[in-house]
Write a protein that binds this ligand. Structure first.
Ligand SMILES: [Zn+2]
Length: 319
C-alpha cells in the first residue's frame, strides 16, 4: 500500500511544471541602434538588410522565450526608433535589472569574415560576472549558429573604445552585462540567413539557454574598477570599413614570419597594424601576446608588462 502512495506521489510531482531558474529574474534586453536607416550608410548588409532591424527581431523573440519562463523582461526599444545610449543604461539601472543584454550584429570591410564577438566592460579580473555571462553566451551562439566550427572573441569593450569602453556597458557597470555580436551581416550568406525569423529565433534560443546556465550557478560579484591599462589606439567603427583594414589577417601572418626571422621591429610593426585595424578579431589576443613577447626581447620591459596586462584583462580565451 505504501509503495502505491509513493508511486502516486512520484507521478504527481512529475506532472508539476518545473520552475525555471529564470523565473522572477529581471532581464533588460537592448536591441542595438534604431531609427537611423536614413542617416547612416554602413550599418547595412550587401542587399540592404539593416543591423537595427535584425537586432530588434532577435530581441523580440528572446522576450517571448524569457516570458515563457516567467522572467520579468524589459526592452530599451520595441520599434525602429532612436533611443540614447544613456537612456538605455538608465532604464536597466532604474528597474534593478539582474542582467543587461545588448543585442547587436557586426560589420567589417572583409566580407568573408563571420564569427561571434561578445564584449564585457573594463577588466576581466574585476568584471568576472560579465565575463562568465559572456563565456556562456558566446559558446551557445557558436553552437547554435556556427555548429561549433569557428573561432570566437570574448573581449573587453576597451579593445574597440580604448579610453572608456562602450556607453551602455559603462552605464550599466555593476550589473552582469554584455554586448553580443552574434554574426556579421556584411557576409553575404549570413545576411540572407539573418532575414529569416526562424534563424533569428534560433539566435534568441541560444541567449535563453546561456541565461539558464548563468542563473543556475552562483554569480560572481562585479568589483570596482581599479586596474588601468593604458589605451591602445585603434581604428574606429566606420574606419574599420576602409580597404586598408582588410589587411588585418595578412599583417598577422607577415608579423609571424618576421618573428621567426627574429626581425623584432618589423614583426612588431605588422602586429601593431593588425591589432589597430581589427582589435577584436579572433587573432587579436595572439597579436597582443606577440607584441608583449617582442617588447621583452627588445628589452622594453615596462612596455612588455603593459602589453601582457592588456592580454590578460581584455582578451579572454574561450574553449
Ligand atoms: Zn551594433
Amino acid at each position: 500500500m505504501h509503495l502505491y502512495i509513493i508511486i502516486l506521489l512520484l507521478l504527481l510531482s512529475a506532472c508539476q511544471p518545473a520552475t525555471s531558474v529564470l523565473s522572477g529574474k529581471v532581464i533588460c534586453l537592448d536591441a542595438g541602434h534604431g531609427g537611423t536607416a536614413a542617416t547612416d550608410t554602413y550599418r547595412v548588409g550587401p542587399t540592404g538588410e539593416r543591423e537595427e532591424w535584425i537586432n530588434l527581431r532577435v530581441a523580440k523573440h528572446l522576450k517571448e522565450l524569457l516570458k515563457a519562463e516567467h522572467a520579468l523582461v524589459m526592452m530599451t526599444r520595441t520599434t525602429d526608433t532612436a533611443v540614447s545610449l544613456s537612456e538605455r543604461a538608465e532604464l536597466a539601472k532604474a528597474q534593478g535589472a539582474d542582467v543587461f543584454l545588448s543585442i547587436h550584429h557586426n560589420a567589417t570591410a572583409d566580407s568573408s569574415v563571420n564569427f561571434p564577438i561578445v564584449y564585457y566592460h573594463g577588466n576581466a579580473s574585476e568584471n568576472q560576472a560579465s565575463v562568465r555571462l559572456g563565456e556562456l553566451v558566446i559558446r551557445q551562439l557558436r553552437a547554435a549558429l556556427f555548429n561549433d566550427s569557428v573561432a570566437m572573441s570574448l573581449v573587453s569593450d576597451h579593445t574597440i573604445f580604448p579610453k572608456s569602453g562602450t556607453a551602455v556597458l559603462r552605464g550599466t557597470y555593476g550589473i552582469p552585462a554584455i554586448i553580443g555580436e552574434a554574426t556579421f551581416f556584411t557576409n553575404p550568406t549570413e545576411e540572407q540567413k539573418l532575414k529569416s525569423e526562424a534563424y533569428n529565433r534560433r539566435e534568441a534560443e541560444a541567449y535563453r539557454d546561456a541565461l539558464r546556465e548563468f542563473f543556475a550557478e552562483p554569480i560572481p560579484l562585479v568589483q570596482e574598477k581599479k586596474v588601468r591599462v593604458p589605451p591602445f589606439t585603434v581604428l574606429q567603427e566606420a574606419e574599420r570599413m576602409r580597404p586598408e583594414a582588410l589587411a588585418w589577417r595578412e599583417n598577422f601572418e607577415r608579423g609571424e614570419k618576421q618573428f621567426e626571422k627574429q626581425d623584432w621591429p618589423t614583426a612588431y610593426d605588422y602586429f601593431t597594424q593588425s591589432a589597430r585595424s581589427f582589435p577584436d578579431s579572433y587573432l587579436a589576443r595572439e597579436v597582443h601576446h606577440y607584441r608583449a613577447l617582442i617588447l621583452e626581447k627588445m628589452d622594453s620591459l615596462e612596455a612588455a608588462g603593459i602589453a601582457q596586462q592588456r592580454v590578460n584583462e581584455y582578451y579572454v580565451p574561450v574553449k
